[in-house]
Design a protein around this ligand. Sequence first.
Ligand code: SF4
Ligand code: SF4
Length: 67
Amino acid sequence: MARVVFDEERCKGCELCIAFCPRKLLVMAEHFNAKGYHPATILDQEECNACTYCARMCPEVAIEVYK
Ligand code: SF4
Ligand code: SF4
């Protein structure tokens, strides 16, 4: 199963990963990181096909995708 891991402290809340996920699996978390941004998170890991679009779009290199 694919797994998407976020380094929440690197996230700047730009929402690019959310816009580019073809399966619309990503959302902004309710909590804040240490920089004061809502970090991106994944709703349903089981629906992820490991396309890696989210990781490749992230300007902060905050996402890693494992297959
Ligand atoms: S790897 Fe692809 S399907 Fe999975 S969360 Fe990222 S953009 Fe969405
Ligand atoms: S693209 Fe990166 S910095 Fe932007 S919201 Fe997603 S994880 Fe955070």
